[in-house]
Design a binder for this molecule. Structure first.
Ligand SMILES: NC(=O)C1=CN([C@@H]2O[C@H](COP(=O)(O)OP(=O)(O)OC[C@H]3O[C@@H](n4cnc5c(N)ncnc54)[C@H](O)[C@@H]3O)[C@@H](O)[C@H]2O)C=CC1
Ligand code: BAL
Length: 506
């Protein structure tokens, strides 16, 4: 092992790989300027996997310079067709390396390989295909007739240098939601992975180079949020920043823009998304969707349907069946190994998140005296990993901290409602507005809910099955702006208005 690469083995899948550990600037892996490193831990075992280079402020400046030079001299002059070709090359490489990338996600984040990690890669491939095909199709601007001798036209132009900060719950998927859209639009990028899940994006950087992207177009800067993230937010030569993570840090990114150069800001932040189940719903199907909507990815999902409201006439039946489903379908598997097909609930990301979630569980149980069900024993005895079983709190009052705050774990609160107005009021009673779901066979009621709920996404008779072709983003304190779909490119473009005077006299 050098300090810039190490050999990793994943025996469960018979995979060996050369893992980059350096900062990726100008298409080369390099050490950090101050030699600092970060150790990354396998949440399944609690043991260290390896250490990678942690960028300094000086490295941020170096990456920004690389991205600026690449934008001004090369990328802004690269045709949209050629950008699409690079993205198509990238797609082919991701397809070839999908198992390795998915395996890295499982190793570093603990997400079950066969369900979650492969699912993340399927989404990454779909969105790369989508954005590769979009480069010559997105909105290019309009012509506006003014007078006989005057007209104007608009140009949609890239911002230039874009910074992107991504979280650990979907390390590569969240990176690709941002990266491919920004590249399709013609920007150069500096992207910062989360401290605890940097390996997959560093490996992905090798594919960027192989795909032919010119040096400096994509730069990957692993490092601490409080240092690298902050330096990106306040940098005077970054034109736009896009962030996914907690609402608290999202606010500080917005503030950093205001205190520096007013760079454009897109934020995807927290959520406490409601799912409503009306008495006319297909109960079994609703329960399957809702269980997946909270227990998939161990509940570490900004759109998780973490608040469930059920009409009182079917409440008891719902609760009974929901518990059965959680116990039967959402288990760790006997080996506590997310590479094992039986494992559908992996560990949560870190000991810090484990402690945070456990605090919520203890609060609900001991201080708020709530009725609680867990799909298996907790704390789990047979593992050193950060495993938390699906946990269901029932009859939870609207004022409970568990109902109001984002827990970001496999923990759900269930409450009852009497009628539509009651349900809507409860569902909208939150500072968040990311997503929502409604289960009913009544088309009118479903669309009334879609009209009335203050959230960026509404699922009718499903939950959390987002699609890369559909815009995604939050109302209220869940964020600013949209990603994916056409918005995934538009968000990285700004409008220039050109006024043309044809008159000979003035
Ligand atoms: N919306 C989402 O998808 C996510 C929400 N969260 C929420 O946040 C809670 C805490 O998780 P954390 O890992 O602490 O989230 P976080 O918001 O601190 O981390 C997300 C990203 O922001 C970076 N960051 C941290 N401080 C920064 C700063 N001052 N300036 C710029 N970037 C910074 C981190 O390095 C990471 O890359 C979770 O329990 C969950 O509620 C966390 C991750 C993803
Ligand atoms: N469902 C992917 C978006 C997120 O959790 O951040």
């Amino acid at each position: 092992m050098s300090n810039l690469h190490t050999d990793l083995k994943i025996p469960q899948l018979n995979i060996s790989l050369k893992q980059p550990l350096g900062l990726f600037i100008n298409n080369e892996f390099c050490p950090s300027s101050d030699g600092k490193t970060i150790e990354t831990v396998n949440p399944t075992t609690g043991e260290a996997i390896t250490s990678f280079q942690a960028a300094s402020e000086k490295d941020v400046d170096k990456a920004v310079k690389a991205a600026r030079d690449a934008f001004e001299n090369v990328w802004s002059k690269t045709s949209s067709e050629q950008r699409g070709i690079y993205l198509s090359n990238l797609l082919k490489l991701i397809e070839e390396e999908q198992d390795t990338l998915a395996a890295l996600e499982t190793l570093d984040s603990g997400k079950p390989f066969h369900s979650n990690a492969k699912g993340d890669l399927a989404q990454v491939m779909q969105l790369t295909r989508y954005f590769a095909g979009s480069t010559d199709k997105f909105d290019k601007g309009t012509t506006i007739p003014l007078t006989f001798n005057k007209f104007a036209y608009t140009l949609k132009v890239p911002f230039g240098v874009v910074a992107q900060i991504v979280p650990w719950n979907y390390p590569l998927a969240m990176a690709c939601w941002k990266l491919q859209g920004a590249l399709a639009a013609g920007n150069t990028v500096i992207i910062k992975p989360a401290e605890n899940t940097s390996l997959s994006l560093l490996y992905f950087a090798t594919l960027i180079k192989k795909a032919g992207f010119p040096p400096g177009v994509v730069n990957v800067l692993p490092g601490y949020g409080s240092l690298v993230g902050k330096a990106l937010g306040t940098h005077m030569d970054i034109d736009k920043i896009s962030f996914t993570g907690s609402t608290k840090v999202g606010g500080s990114v917005l503030e950093a823009s205001g205190q520096s150069n007013l760079k454009d800001v897109t934020l995807e932040c927290g959520g406490k998304s409601p799912a409503l189940v009306f008495e006319d719903a297909d109960l079994d199907k609703a329960i399957d969707w809702i269980a997946a909507g909270i227990f998939y990815n161990s509940g570490q999902n900004c759109t998780a349907n973490s608040r469930v409201y059920v009409q009182s006439s079917i409440y008891d039946k719902f609760v009974e069946k929901f518990k059965e489903t959680a116990k039967k379908e959402w288990g760790f598997g006997g080996k506590f190994d997310p590479f094992d097909k039986e494992c559908v609930v992996g560990p949560v990301i870190s000991s810090a998140q484990y402690d945070r979630i456990k605090e919520f569980i203890d609060l609900g149980k001991k201080e708020e005296n709530l009725s609680m069900f867990q799909a298996s024993e907790f704390p789990v005895k047979d593992t050193k990993g950060y495993f938390i079983p699906p946990t269901i709190f029932t009859d939870v009052p609207q004022t409970s901290k568990l109902l109001q705050e984002e827990i970001f774990g496999p923990v759900v609160v269930v409450s009852k409602f009497e009628n539509y107005d009651d349900a809507l009021k409860l569902a909208n009673d939150t500072c968040y507005g990311l997503a929502s779901a409604v289960f009913t066979k009544d088309v009118k009621k479903a669309h009334m809910f879609a009209r009335d709920i203050k959230a960026g996404t509404v699922w009718i008779n499903s939950s959390n099955d987002e699609d890369v072709t559909v815009p995604f983003g939050g109302f209220k304190m869940s964020g600013i702006g949209r990603e994916l779909g056409q918005s995934g490119v538009d968000t990285y473009l700004q409008t220039k208005a050109v006024h043309v005077n044809l008159s000979a006299d003035n």
